[in-house]
Design a protein around this ligand. Structure first.
Ligand code: ADP
Length: 267
C-alpha cells in the first residue's frame, strides 16, 4: 500500500535522549536516526525538534549537577548542543542523510520578516531532502531555561510552533511515558491511558500534573498546550513513548499509538 506523503514534525525530550546518569542514550539517537531516515525514504518530509542540550552539556563539562546559575546553564547548552548535533550528524550520516541545525528564539516568531525567512529556510531544506533539527537557542534566550511566563515554555511548545509554521500534517511528541493519562501515572497506579482526545478544554488541563521528570522539563501541561495550539490549526498531535522510536512506523501506518489529539478541520 502506498502512503500519502506527509510532512511530520517529531519532538523528542531530554528524558528520552539521556539516561538517569545524565549520559546520552546512544541507542535512542541511533534508532531515531534510522527510523526517521526510513520514513523520509518513504517519501515523507521530516523535521526533528530535539531537546537535551543542557543535560548532555552538563555531563560533557563534568559538572556535578545541573547548575543553577543561568550563565553556566547557557554554557552547558552551548556545549551540549554541539554534542547533540555531532551525534545526530553521525547517526543520520550512516543512512546517507544530511541534517541541518536551526536554533530559534521566541522573538523570532514575533517578527514577521524573521518568520518569513525562517519558513523559507525550512522549505529550502526540505526541498533538498535535508532533515532540519530544531532547538531553542538556549545560549542566547532564557525562555526555556528560566522564565516563569515562557513563550515556548520548553520544546513542546516550540515543536507546535514549528509544526504550524511549516504547515505540517502531523506532530509527534515523544516522551518518557506512553501517552496522556487521566491522571499522572507516576503518582497513581489506577491511571488509564486516554487514546483519543477530540477537544482540549479546562477539564483536560486538570488531568495534567505539574512539571515532569527530573531531566524533562515541561511535564504534560506544556504538551497539552502544544497540542492545543497545533490542533487548533488543523494539525493532529500524537503523544507517545520515545523509548522505542520504531513506534513511529506504527504512527505512519495510522495504527493506534499513544494519545491522538485530533486536529480541527481547517477552513
Ligand atoms: P519529556 O522530557 O519527554 O518532555 P516530561 O518529564 O517533561 O517529559 O513529561 C512527561 C511526564 O509528565 C511524565 O513522566 C509524567 O510523570 C508527567 N505527567 C503528569 N500528568 C500526566 C498525565 N495526565 N499523563 C501522563 N503523564 C503525566
Amino acid at each position: 500500500m502506498k502512503h500519502k506523503s506527509k510532512r511530520i514534525v517529531v519532538k523528542v525530550g531530554t528524558s528520552t535522549l539521556t539516561n538517569e546518569l545524565g549520559n546520552s542514550k546512544l541507542r535512542t539517537f541511533e534508532d531515531l536516526a534510522m527510523v526517521l531516515s526510513d520514513i523520509q525514504n518513504m517519501g515523507n518530509e521530516v523535521i526533528l525538534v530535539s531537546s537535551g542540550a543542557i543535560a548532555i552539556g552538563v555531563q560533557k563539562m563534568r559538572l556535578p549537577e545541573k547548575p543553577r546559575e543561568l550563565r553556566l546553564k547557557q554554557a552547558a547548552a552551548a556545549v551540549g548542543q554541539c554534542e547533540n548535533m555531532f551525534l545526530y550528524d553521525k547517526f543520520f550520516g550512516y543512512y546517507n542523510k544530511t541534517v541541518a541545525q536551526i536554533l530559534l528564539n521566541a522573538e523570532d516568531m514575533v517578527d514577521e520578516e524573521k518568520k518569513e525567512n525562517l519558513v523559507n529556510t525550512f522549505q529550502a531544506l526540505l526541498e533538498q531532502g535535508i532533515i532540519p533539527i530544531v532547538n531553542e537557542n538556549d545560549s542566547v534566550s532564557y525562555t526555556e531555561i528560566e522564565s516563569e511566563s515562557k513563550l515556548f515554555g520548553d520544546n513542546d511548545m516550540l515543536s507546535a510552533v514549528v509544526a504550524v509554521l511549516c504547515q505540517a500534517d502531523l506532530l509527534v511528541i515523544l516522551s518518557d511515558i506512553d501517552g496522556f493519562y487521566d491522571k499522572d501515572p507516576r503518582l497513581s497506579k489506577t491511571a488509564r491511558l486516554i487514546s483519543r482526545i477530540e477537544t482540549i478544554d479546562e477539564n483536560t488541563y486538570k488531568l495534567a500534573g505539574g512539571a515532569g521528570s527530573r531531566r524533562g522539563t515541561g511535564g504534560m501541561r506544556t504538551k497539552l498546550e502544544a497540542a492545543d495550539l497545533a490542533t487548533a490549526q488543523g494539525i493532529s498531535v500524537i503523544i507517545t513513548n520515545g523509548k522505542n522510536p520504531h513506534v513511529l512506523y506504527d504512527v505512519m501506518d495510522g495504527k493506534k499509538v499513544g494519545t491522538l489529539f485530533v486536529g480541527k478541520p481547517r477552513d
